[in-house]
Design a binder for this molecule. Structure first.
Ligand code: MG
Length: 216
C-alpha cells in the first residue's frame, strides 16, 4: 500500500470522525461497482470545516453523486441553513435522497435533477439569494461555464472550490477534454478580477489529485 493511502486512513480514523450514516452510504455505493468519484472522508471533513469557518448558511454544490459531500456540507450549516445540490443522473438523485434522509439531513438539502447549466441559469433567473460557499465537483469540460454562472450566484466573500483539478496526471500537459476544461477554468480564475485563488495538490485514498480554492 502506498504510504499516502495508509497515512490517509490513519489520519481519517484519528481526526475525521465520519458519521456512521456517511460511511454506510459509501459502503452501499461501492457494492454497485461505480467508480469512487466522491471526496474522501478527510476531504469531506475539510469541506465541512471550511463551511464552519465561513459560518456558511447557504451552500451550492454542482455534482451530487450519492450525496457524500452534500451530507458533509449539510452537517456544517445551521438548522435553518440550506445546501442546494444538483445531479444529472436520475438514479444518483434517488440514492442521494435516501442517503441524506438516512443521515437526518433532508431538511437542509434541496436536490435538483438535471443539467447543471440549466439549473444554475434558473437559479439566477429566480434571483436566488447568493451562496456563501460553492463546491464544483462535476463534468470537467463544464467547469468554465459553471464558474461563470456561479459568480452570478456569489457575493463578496463567497468561497468557491473546484474539485479534481489535477485529474491524477499532469494537468498542465494533458490533452483531453477533461484537462482542457479544467485548464480553461483555471485560466478564467486567473483572469478574473473578482476572485482570488490558489490550488492545492493532494494525495490520499483517492490517489493524486487537487482542488482550487477561491474567494470572490
Ligand atoms: Mg470530485
Amino acid at each position: 500500500m502506498q504510504t499516502w493511502i495508509s497515512n490517509d486512513i490513519y489520519l481519517a480514523e484519528q481526526l475525521v470522525k465520519e458519521p456512521a450514516a456517511f460511511a454506510a452510504a459509501t459502503e452501499e455505493i461501492r457494492k454497485t461497482g461505480l467508480p469512487a468519484m466522491e471526496v474522501s472522508p478527510a476531504q469531506g471533513k475539510l469541506l465541512y470545516l471550511l463551511a464552519k469557518i465561513k459560518n456558511a448558511t447557504r451552500i451550492l454544490e454542482i455534482g451530487t453523486f450519492y450525496g457524500y459531500s452534500t451530507m458533509w456540507l449539510a452537517k456544517a450549516v445551521p438548522k435553518d441553513g440550506l445546501v442546494v445540490s444538483m445531479e444529472l443522473t436520475e438514479a444518483f438523485v434517488k440514492i442521494a435522497k435516501a442517503n441524506i434522509a438516512e443521515a437526518g439531513l433532508s431538511d437542509k438539502v434541496q436536490l435538483y435533477h438535471g443539467d447543471a447549466t440549466k439549473i444554475l441559469c434558473n437559479l439566477i433567473e429566480e434571483k436566488t439569494p447568493p451562496f456563501d460557499m460553492i463546491f464544483i465537483d462535476a463534468h470537467k469540460p463544464g467547469y468554465p461555464e459553471y464558474l461563470d454562472l456561479c459568480l452570478k450566484l456569489s457575493k463578496p466573500g463567497t468561497i468557491i472550490i473546484g474539485d479534481n483539478v489535477i485529474l491524477g496526471s499532469e494537468i498542465s500537459l494533458a490533452t483531453n477534454p477533461k484537462a482542457e476544461g479544467v485548464r480553461s477554468f483555471i485560466q478564467n480564475l486567473s483572469a478574473s478580477e473578482d476572485i482570488e485563488s490558489t490550488a492545492l495538490q493532494t494525495v490520499g485514498i483517492k490517489g493524486y489529485d487537487g482542488f482550487t480554492i477561491s474567494v470572490v
